[in-house]
Structure formats: C-alpha cells, structure tokens
Design a protein around this ligand. Structure first.
Ligand SMILES: [Zn+2]
Ligand SMILES: [Zn+2]
Length: 445
C-alpha cells in the first residue's frame, strides 16, 4: 500500500526543511524507487537564493562586494558537469544498489517503518564517512574528489563544485545497505545527505554551540577544506560529526584556515578542474620504479612515495601563513560581466534540458550536452585569459547559431531566439576580430 502522507510534489516547507535534513519519516517514505522525488533538482532555486543571501550578508559585513565571481562560476560549472551523465542514465549509486537488492538481499526491512528510515539515515551517513575518508586516502579516488577541494574560496558555491568521477567509487561504500534496506528508502537519504552538506559551506555562520558536538557544521567543514597542516585528512563527516570523533579524525577549528589544494592548480578550466590529478597519477606511475611501488602510487595516499608512510609525510605539506591570496582571474570587469551573462544563459538552458529530457531526441540531447561543455570550457578559457580564448568563443557562438537554426536549442530560446541570434552575431563579430588579431600576431600560441 502506498503512503498517503508522502507526496511526489514537494511543498515549499519541505523544500526548505530538506536543505537541513529536517524531514519526517512519514512524509518521505515511498514504496518504490520511481515514487521518490528528485529532491536535489528541486533544490536548485534554494541553492541560488541562499548563495545570493550569503552574498548580501558578506557585502554588509565587509562593507564592499565580495569578490570571487570567477571561483563561484567555476564551482557551479563543475556542479553542472557532474550532473550531465544523469541525462543519459540513472546514477551508478542507484543502479548498483538496485542490482544488489534484487539479487543478493538477505532480508527486506519494511519501507514504511520509521525504524528503517532512521537506520538508513545512520547507514548512509556512515557509508559517506568511509567513502569520503577513502577519497582522501586512496590516490585514484582522490583524483575524483580533489575537484571539490580545488576552490580557494569557501562559500555556498563551493558545495556545488562536484566531481564527475567520484560517483564511480562512492557506490561501493553504500552497497552493504542493499542487503537489507529497500532502494526507495536509500534513494531518499542519499539525496538528503548531499543536500545537508550544502549549507555548511559558509563562513557566515561561526559556531553553533552544543550542536557542534553531534552535527557536521560550517566550522568543522571549514577545517576539512583547509590546506593548513592541522587540517589535512580531518573531519570527513557528511551529516554527523560523531564518526570523526569515534574514528579519530576530528579536529576543531583553531588557527585561520587557508582553503584549497596543497598544490594549487590556478585555473578556471572545467577539464583541468575535473581531471588534472589523473594526469599527475599517470606521470608519477611511470616515473616510479618497481611493480609494487606503481601499485602503491594508485592505491596509497596522494602524498605517498617510495619509503614514506601510506599517507605521506605531514612535513611535506607546504606551510601556510594565513595571508595567502586566493587565485583570481586577471580578466577585466567587463569581460567578467560578459562571462556572467553567458553562464546565466547556459544555466537556464541546462535546467530546461533536464526538465525536457524525456521529450528530446537522443541527438538533441547529445548536441545540447556538447554545447553546455563547450560553453563552460570557453568561459574557463576567458577567465584564464588563454591566448586561444577568442578563437574558442567565436567558434562557440557559431555553434550556437548553427544549433539554433537546426532546431536543437528550442524551445528554451524560442521566445528569445531573434534577440539572442542578434546578440550572438554581435559576439561573433567582436570575438572574430580578436581571433584574427591573435592568429596573425602569434598563430602558435
Ligand atoms: Zn573532502
Ligand atoms: Zn566540502
């Protein structure tokens, strides 16, 4: 029998509460996986509203507009890239879980019992702790997770900086739950666990008093994002900080946290943000002598080297002073506004593609994904001030006009199509002139 209280339509009150995991079992228990709402997609307006609220609070506190547009756009861009595979297939975290449930389950806990709900809450959070810890302690898993840590800022947008690769290893840590917990209950908590971690990415909230003992909070997670020596491999929690306290990885926030990777990548390009560490592993793998050493390069910590302990040496982590300045784009303010306009357009287009994916042809879907990736790459090139940025942007604008004419970008832009075609034509003229100048002056850069 279906649960009458649970509804696929998520009310405004539920949408607000789900951002903080304040949900009742009765309103979020479903018999089948198909009934489970896509809570994460429904949260997009709250992601944007809360980011704007944080911006305003930061502005008022500091008395000047907070910078970091380049960093925030790169984080949101990584969030978009990480979601694109979902246009084509269900996430591997669900597919693998359903497979194990259908073929190997030992018992079936009742989907409508509050006990199952609370047990799953703990189980998913425990699985997340171990996944997250291994994502820092196993080099090949770090290749995915490092994306999330590559921002040198710390605000709500950082939460959206997600890896496209990490889902291919995280499913392993949740799979034991499939031996006894129904997929519909798991799918609910997997989403709430992720949503909870959004609001803790902020410097606006200082300390939450006694809640700091049990919950993962902004303060605890700031430590996790730090590259100070005392922050390395600490506070892996998702929702409950108790796991770090139990397993000895807890560290309280004390000296000023400097955010980002210990070896900064200094780029806004989405491909580098997602995949640069795979290149590091590849080169280290071939440069390291001996079969077992090569094996260790992949499966021991990112800081490991022959003769060192599994997780490397803490003395090799570069010291920070607390005065470090986050990497910023040298693009002009006008160019940043242009990039913001293009990003807003592609965000609307991305949302619409998800909303209409059932009615779009496979070819249209593929072309749309190609255009989204091309746009985000071009934005990265512009922010990085790469020599070929003008050429890429000219090509991208031409692709836009081509796809528009071929009907693959409708209906999103249909009402605006005339205005947008004029806008993109002006862009082609502007960037085209710059491309020619660049190619004439230095064709090989
Ligand atoms: Zn992490
Ligand atoms: Zn984080």
């Amino acid at each position: 029998m279906k649960n009458p209280e649970a509804q696929q339509d998520v009310s405004v009150s539920q949408r607000i509460r789900m951002m903080f995991y304040v949900m009742k079992p009765s309103e979020t228990s479903f018999q089948t996986l198909e009934e489970v709402p896509d809570y994460v997609r429904k949260a997009t307006p709250f992601f944007i509203s809360l980011m704007l609220l944080e911006l305003v609070v930061g502005w008022i506190r500091k008395g000047k507009p907070p910078g970091g547009l380049d960093d925030a756009l790169t984080s949101m861009s990584a969030g978009i890239v990480s979601q694109l595979p979902r246009l084509f297939y269900r996430s591997i975290e669900l597919t693998s879980y359903v497979y194990i449930w259908e073929n190997y389950r030992l018992i079936s806990l009742p989907w409508d019992s509050p006990w199952t709900w609370y047990l799953t809450f703990l189980g998913v959070d425990f699985g997340y702790y171990w996944f997250h810890r291994m994502a820092h302690e196993v080099n090949i898993m770090w290749a995915g997770h490092q994306t999330h840590h590559s921002s040198e800022g710390y605000n709500l947008s950082t939460a959206l900086r997600q890896s496209v690769l990490q889902i291919y290893t995280s499913w392993i840590f949740y799979s034991p739950l499939a031996l006894f917990i129904p997929p519909s209950v798991y799918a609910v908590h997997l989403q709430f666990n992720l949503l909870y971690q959004f609001w803790i990415h902020t410097e606006v909230i200082d300390n939450l008093g006694p809640l700091e003992l049990i919950l993962n909070t902004p303060s605890h997670h700031r430590v996790h994002h730090g590259r100070n020596r005392y922050c390395i491999d600490k506070n892996f929690a998702g929702t409950l900080i108790i796991w770090d306290r139990i397993f000895g990885t807890f560290e309280a926030e004390n000296e000023k946290v400097v955010y980002g990777l210990t070896h900064p990548i200094n780029t806004f390009e989405p491909f580098k943000v997602q995949f640069h560490h795979l290149v590091n592993i590849w080169t280290t793998f071939w440069a390291t002598p001996g079969f077992f050493n090569k094996f260790s390069v992949i499966f021991k910590g990112p800081g490991w080297g022959p003769g060192k302990p599994r997780l490397g040496l803490i003395e090799e982590i570069p010291e920070v002073e607390g005065k470090e300045v986050p990497f910023t784009s040298s693009a002009s303010q006008l160019l940043k506004i242009y990039v913001l306009v293009q990003f807003t357009l592609i965000l609307a287009f991305y949302e619409e593609t998800f909303a209409d994916k059932a009615v779009l042809s496979q070819v249209s879907l593929l072309l749309r994904v190609f255009f989204i990736i091309l746009t985000l790459t071009s934005i990265g090139f512009l922010l990085d001030q790469r020599p070929k940025a003008a050429v890429l942007e000219t090509l991208r604008c031409l692709v836009f006009l081509g796809l528009c004419r071929a009907g693959h970008l409708k209906p999103c832009f249909s009402s605006l199509s005339f205005a947008l075609e004029i806008f993109f034509s002006i862009c082609i003229a502007f960037w085209g002139v710059r491309s020619v100048k660049q190619l004439v002056s230095d064709p090989w850069r």
